[in-house]
Design a binder for this molecule. Structure first.
Ligand code: PLP
Length: 254
């Protein structure tokens, strides 16, 4: 596999299949795609399901986070919502590290109030407490590391190994916004899912509001894909293109 700097610099290049020779990925604004014939599809039908620029971006994001697939959505909060609404249902609980971006806390409290999902806080270091908190209803462990704003650090590998040993079905999800894939790859450390507010380092120019969920394996990707089509918090083609542009300099900027 190419070095991450090479993957970033080459992201989307040569992806235009129209034989124009365009180096940079094209932007397709069309929301509908004509079928060549009855029951035939080009692979693109309707913009909430898939668009070419979105697909190019998602391939790039999956590659730099060593995932199976990535989902680019309309904000970091939309990414968090996509993840939680895909994998948690009424009656489930999850455990979260105790220092988080404030919006994540607001979202979690909303899950408790409106969706019958419960959560507990964990300091990221006391593993006997973590073991005590895990129950048959525990579906997910959420880590934000380093945390916003106090830069609290949690050992992702230690948590993933510990939790998966107790129950391999419990998902370990990491908000990797603050280190970016240049400095930390949670999936390589054993996490099942990664989230980014791409509004921060991935975007890097203060002109894109976007979020990303990266999944480590195909069955998780399938569930995310189905839920994304239903909920529709997709990233628009122009922001997809801007984010592709931004990623080319991610390594240099970080
Ligand atoms: C760590 C972290 N996660 C998620 C978010 C939410 O992202 P967005 O503002 O793109 O919705 C933020 C925003 O500041 C953040 O800092």
């Amino acid at each position: 596999m190419a070095h991450i700097d090479t993957i970033l610099a080459q992201g989307g290049n040569g992806s235009d299949d129209q034989k124009t020779g365009a180096v940079v990925a094209p932007i397709y604004f069309s929301t509908a795609f004509r079928h060549p014939g009855l029951g035939e599809s080009t692979g693109f039908d309707y913009a909430r399901l898939q668009t070419p620029t979105w697909q190019i971006l998602e391939k790039q994001l999956a590659e730099i986070e060593y995932g199976d697939n990535a989902f680019a959505v309309s904000s970091g909060m939309a990414a968090i919502d996509l993840l939680f609404s895909t994998f948690l249902k009424k009656g489930d609980n999850f455990i979260t590290s105790d220092d988080l971006y404030g919006g994540s806390f607001r979202y979690f409290d909303d899950l408790v109030e409106k969706n019958g999902i419960d959560y507990s806080l964990w300091d990221g270091t006391d593993f006997s407490y973590l073991k005590q908190k895990i129950s048959p209803k525990t579906r997910l462990i959420w880590l934000e590391t380093p945390s916003n704003p106090t830069m609290k650090i949690i050992d992702i590998k230690k948590v993933a190994d510990f939790v998966h040993k107790i129950d391999s079905k419990i998902l370990v999800a990491v908000d990797n916004t603050f280190l970016s894939p240049i400095l930390q790859n949670p999936i390589k450390l054993g996490a099942d899912l990664v989230v980014h507010s791409a509004t921060k380092y991935l975007g890097g120019h203060n002109d894109i509001l976007a979020g990303v969920v990266v999944s480590s394996r195909s069955e998780l990707s399938k569930s995310l894909q189905e839920n994304l089509i239903t909920r529709g918090q997709v990233l628009d083609p122009f922001s997809c293109w801007l984010l592709l542009r931004s990623l080319k300099t991610l390594s240099l900027r970080v």
